[in-house]
Design a protein around this ligand. Structure first.
Ligand code: GUN
Ligand code: ZN
Length: 449
C-alpha cells in the first residue's frame, strides 16, 4: 500500500477556524474549532476549542500533537477540479483564438499526439499535478490522451505526489484531422480494458480509472455503446463533454438523427449513470437536465473555457433548480488557468453576465460558488461519501489558508470576520496564501520531495 510509512504522522489535532460547506449551509464557519485526524487520514472528530482536554483523552491524542492556526489562517476543504486535460497543460495560456472544433484540430490533437512519448508525458504530467496541488486542487478528474502507457504514468505521478485523481485514457475512433491520433474501435476497447486493469492492479489508495469517450463527434455509436457496457460491468466512473458549442450540437444531431437530443445519445449508450460527469452543457434543454437528474449524472461547469473558446454560458442557477449535481472545472487548456480559484471567479463573472442580460436572473453568491468548488465537486464525482467537507469519517482533504502571508496578494485593514476573509481569499488569493495542502491527512504541499 502506498505511503504507509507516513501514516502515523497523519494523526494530529488542529485548532483554529474551519470553513466548509454543508448541505444546509453554503458557508459554515467554525471559530476556535478542533479537528482530529486519524492515522488513516480520516477525520476523527470536530469540536470546540474548550473541549480540547476531553477530546484528546477520548480519542487518545497527546495534547502536544495539537497544531494551532494563526489569527489570519483557516482550514477549508480541498478543491475538486471536475474536468481538466492533463496533456493540454503543456500549452495552457496560449492558443485561445479559435472556436472549439477548429481549436481541437489546429492545437489540441497535434499536441496530444506527442504523449506517445513517455518522457514528454512524464515532464508535463509531473508539472500539472504539482501546479494544481499547489493551487489547492486536492482532487482532479483528468483526461489524459489515447496512449495507455502515458495515461498509466499520470496515475502513478498523482499517487506519488499525493493527489486524489480519476484518470481517463481518452477514447476516439472517428473524425480526427491528425492521422496518427486516432484508434480503431478494437484498439480503443482493448487499450481501455488494459488501462483499467493495469491501473486497478496498482491498488493506489486515491487514484482510480474513469471511462472516457472524448465526445460524440470523436466516437462511433458502436464505441460509445461498448464503453457504456464496460463502465456498467465494472461499476466505473464515466466522463465526457456535452453541448459545449453550437456547431458541435448541430453535428451531433446530424450524426444521430434518431436521438431526441445530445443527452439522449449518451443515455441510449448507457453512458449516463450516477458516476458520470459531463463537461460544459451550455446548450442543454430543460428536458435534457431532467434526464441528468433522473440518471444521477452530473455536470462540470468550466466557465474559463466557455468564454475563452467563445463557446457559450452555462446557466448554473437553472441547473441547480433542476437539482442536477454540479461541480467546477478548469478545463485546461480550453480554460487557460489551472487554478480552481480562477474557476470560482469566472463562475461568478458568468453568473453576473447572465444577470446583465436578464435582470430576473438570480446571480450566484460567492458562498454558493465556494460550495460548488468543494462539496459540489465531490457530489459531481460521486465522492461525497469520502470528501467535500469536514464531516467526521470523511478523509481530511484540506487547505491551510493564510490571508496575511508576507508578500502576498491580500491586504486587511481591520478585524475582518472569517466570512469576509474567505471572500477576500476567493477573489484575491493565490497559491502564496495556500500554505499547506492535505490529502487524506497527508501533508502534500509543501512537498517533502
Ligand atoms: N470536446 C472534445 N474534446 C475537447 C477538449 O479537449 N476540450 C474541450 N474544451 N472540449 C472538447
Ligand atoms: Zn474538456
Amino acid at each position: 500500500m502506498a505511503n504507509t510509512h507516513v501514516a502515523s504522522a497523519r494523526k494530529r489535532v488542529f485548532r483554529g477556524t474551519l470553513i466548509h460547506a454543508t448541505k444546509e449551509e453554503a458557508v459554515q464557519v467554525l471559530e476556535d474549532a478542533l479537528l482530529g485526524v486519524n492515522a488513516d487520514g480520516t477525520i476523527a472528530f470536530t469540536g470546540e476549542g474548550k473541549e480540547l482536554d476531553r477530546l484528546c483523552k477520548e480519542f487518545a491524542y497527546s495534547p502536544s500533537a495539537v497544531t494551532h492556526l494563526e489569527k489570519h489562517e483557516f482550514f477549508m476543504p480541498g478543491m475538486v477540479d471536475t474536468h481538466i486535460h492533463a496533456p493540454q497543460y503543456s500549452y495552457a495560456g496560449t492558443a485561445l483564438d479559435l472556436p472549439l472544433l477548429d481549436w481541437l484540430n489546429k492545437y489540441t490533437f497535434p499536441v496530444e499526439s506527442r504523449f506517445k512519448d513517455k518522457s514528454f508525458a512524464q515532464k508535463v504530467y509531473t508539472q500539472v499535478v504539482r501546479r494544481t496541488l499547489r493551487n489547492g486542487t486536492t482532487t482532479a478528474c483528468y483526461f489524459a490522451t489515447i496512449h495507455t502507457d502515458s495515461s498509466l504514468l499520470l496515475g502513478h505521478i498523482a499517487d506519488k505526489l499525493g493527489q486524489r485523481a480519476l484518470v481517463g485514457k481518452v477514447c476516439m475512433d472517428r473524425n480526427n484531422s491528425v492521422k496518427h491520433y486516432k484508434e480503431t474501435i478494437q484498439e480503443s476497447l482493448k487499450e481501455t480494458r488494459r488501462f483499467i486493469a493495469e491501473l486497478l492492479e496498482k491498488k493506489y489508495a486515491l487514484v482510480k480509472p474513469v471511462v472516457t469517450p472524448r465526445f460524440v463527434l470523436s466516437c462511433s455509436g458502436a464505441l460509445l455503446g461498448q464503453l457504456g457496457q464496460l463502465a456498467k460491468n465494472n461499476n466505473l466512473h464515466i466522463q465526457s463533454h456535452i453541448s459545449e458549442n453550437v456547431d458541435e450540437v448541430k453535428i451531433v444531431k446530424e450524426l444521430f438523427p434518431d436521438s431526441d437530443s445530445y443527452t439522449d445519445v449518451y443515455h441510449k449508450h448507457n453512458l449516463l449513470t450516477n458516476k458520470t460527469v459531463m463537461a460544459h452543457g451550455c446548450y442543454l434543454s430543460d428536458e435534457e437536465l431532467a434526464l441528468f437528474r433522473e440518471t444521477g449524472a452530473s455536470l462540470s461547469h468550466c466557465p474559463n473555457s466557455n468564454i475563452s473558446l467563445c463557446s457559450g454560458f452555462l446557466n448554473v442557477r437553472n441547473v441547480l433548480n433542476h437539482k442536477v449535481k454540479l461541480g467546477l472545472g478548469t478545463d485546461v487548456a480550453g480554460g487557460y488557468s489551472a487554478s480552481m480559484l480562477d474557476a470560482v471567479r469566472r463562475a461568478l463573472d458568468t453568473s453576473k453576465l447572465l444577470t446583465i442580460k436578464d435582470t430576473e436572473h438570480e446571480t450566484l453568491t460567492f458562498e454558493e460558488v465556494f460550495r460548488l468548488a468543494t462539496l459540489g465537486g465531490s457530489q459531481a464525482l460521486s465522492l461525497d461519501d469520502q470528501i467535500g467537507n469536514f464531516e467526521v469519517g470523511k478523509d481530511f482533504d484540506a487547505l491551510r489558508v493564510n490571508v496575511m502571508v508576507p508578500g502576498g496578494p491580500i491586504d486587511l485593514f481591520q478585524h475582518e470576520e472569517p466570512k469576509i476573509i474567505l471572500e477576500k481569499f476567493l477573489n484575491l488569493g493565490d497559491d502564496r496564501n495556500i500554505v499547506e495542502v492535505y490529502v487524506a491527512g497527508r501533508n502534500v504541499v509543501p512537498s517533502a520531495e
